[in-house]
Design a protein around this ligand. Structure first.
Ligand SMILES: Cc1cc2nc3c(=O)[nH]c(=O)nc-3n(C[C@H](O)[C@H](O)[C@H](O)COP(=O)(O)OP(=O)(O)OC[C@H]3O[C@@H](n4cnc5c(N)ncnc54)[C@H](O)[C@@H]3O)c2cc1C
Length: 437
């Protein structure tokens, strides 16, 4: 019987162990709880949801809703547990976190192909392995991964929100770089009144609590926009919102802008833009409300909100393949948030892809590429192929999927069409492969 090790019984590790077991691989699943818990984990069960109990949208006009449906059809343990333990949450899928964790823990512990071993792993073991130790991976294991990769893992302390180009009001936005250096940026010009109204709202907005284990020193070097605004009314206008070097850019009163918010392209397709200098610790609802006051962003769709927490992740485009295996050591896989996917279901999806492909490798079969036509595949391709300036973790979103040749202009119809194509692809794959029979 083929054998593999999985380190970490979180969302990615449990999903990976489950699919490996389904393929007839004997899995040794190492989990350090209850011997040791990360500062964010409170329970001794597997698959603990460390913060919100919401797994976000359950609808097909949303990419994470699509990702859920793809995983359901592929037989995901995490989706089975989520559907069985759901609580009412409108169009979202939220779960009773205790029942959810218990369901997965029981399923994994009762699986005859999975041997659960309570142990903190301090070195990458020999042989086929999936490392799924999460964003708070630390200590000797972290050092061992860093030694293998020859570089330190990124510490993601602050990120600015990312919005879709589609959702912007382009009648208020102009495209230009400062000092006529091309037209790479989108500029959202503000009048004096708009600027001061915005700064007041920013100063009054509610921030998310910082966790005690997070190193406050880190944040001083990467100032959140609200902290910058606290230094003085004009700090932003002299800083990231300075209105200089933008010829021909006018605000809503027809005059040169008093301040400008710039958006920078975030993916090679030009469908996603980040708000430059707007790394933030505001609560997500507050980001939507306050950043929605920026001209052009009134109806912005946020594919990722700004976040601040410790988050170790690989420079995956350099190190990983779209199967989540290491380019230089093909039997070592990574899965979950440590690969640069962001979110519970995204982590489970990478666990599924990594487990499936390690299983196929061990059974001497061809690997499966879900391609950028699916949500599950587009995340794998994003983390392994991102070619922009600075690689940052990413939620599932339609902007990283392959666009449709004759895409409907209407956004809602376009998203549904992308979902339809993705699910047809998954269904075809399932019908053609013995694996799912
Ligand atoms: C403070 C905080 C809040 C978050 N809030 C949200 C949220 O609201 N919504 C959301 O979608 N995402 C949130 N996230 C991101 C969240 O961590 C991921 O979505 C998800 O939990 C990642 O799954 P994972 O399987 O990669 O890691 P985890 O779920 O963290 O699982 C990793 C597992 O590995 C074990 N482990 C670690 N090191 C070792 C070792 N050396 N040996 C053996 N076992 C080990 C851990 O005990 C843990 O059980 C948050 C993250 C943090 C840090």
């Amino acid at each position: 019987m083929a054998q593999a090790a999985v380190i970490g019984a979180g969302l990615a590790g449990c999903e990976a162990a489950h699919i490996l077991s389904r393929m007839g691989v004997h899995v040794r699943l190492f989990e350090m709880k209850p011997v040791r818990r990360s500062p964010a984990h409170n329970s001794d069960k597997f698959c603990e949801l460390v913060c919100s109990n919401s797994l976000r949208s359950n609808k097909l006009d949303n990419a994470v809703g699509l990702l859920k449906e793809e995983l359901r059809r592929l037989g995901s343990l995490i989706m089975e547990a989520a559907d069985k333990t759901a609580v009412p949450a409108g169009g979202a899928l939220a779960v009773d976190r205790e029942s959810f964790a218990s369901y997965v823990t029981e399923a994994v512990k009762n699986d005859p192909n999975i041997e659960v071993i309570t142990e903190e792993i301090s070195e990458i073991p020999e042989g086929p392995v999936i490392i799924a130790t999460g964003p708070l991976t630390d200590g000797k294991l972290l050092a061992s991964i860093e030694e293998l990769l020859g570089e330190s893992l990124h510490f993601f302390d602050a990120a600015a929100p990312i919005v879709t180009l589609d959702s912007l009001d382009m009648s208020k936005v102009s495209r230009a770089s400062r000092y006529e250096r091309g037209s790479d940026y989108l500029n959202c010009p503000m009048t004096r009144l708009e600027y001061f109204t915005f700064v007041r709202a920013l100063l009054a907005a509610e921030t998310a609590p910082l966790h005690e284990f997070e190193n406050i020193k880190v944040f001083e070097g990467c100032m959140p926009v609200e902290a910058m605004a606290r230094r003085g009314d004009m700090t932003l206008a002299y800083g990231p919102m300075k209105p200089v070097g933008l010829k021909g850019c006018t605000a809503s009163d027809g005059k040169p802008p008093f301040a400008v918010v710039q958006l920078r392209q975030d993916n090679s397709e030009g469908t996603l833009f980040n708000i430059v200098g707007f790394q933030t610790n505001l609560k997500f609802g507050e980001q939507k409300r306050v950043f929605g006051m920026i001209p052009g962003l009134e109806k912005a769709e946020f594919v990722r909100y700004g976040v601040m927490h410790r988050n170790s992740f690989l420079r995956s485009p350099k190190h990983l393949t779209p199967f989540y295996s290491l380019r230089m050591r093909p039997k070592i896989y990574f899965a979950g948030q440590i690969t640069g996917v962001e979110g519970y279901i995204e982590s489970a999806s990478s666990g599924f892809t990594a487990g499936l492909n390690l299983g196929l490798q061990l059974l001497g079969k061809n690997k499966i590429d879900f391609t950028r036509q699916t949500a599950i595949g587009s995340l794998a391709h994003y983390v392994s192929e991102y070619n922009g300036g600075s690689f940052q973790p990413m939620n599932a979103n339609f902007g990283i999927m392959e666009s449709l040749p004759d895409a409907p202009r209407d956004k809602y119809k376009r998203y549904l069409a992308l979902s339809e194509r993705a699910l047809e692809y998954i269904d075809m794959m399932i019908s053609e492969d013995e694996l799912w029979k």
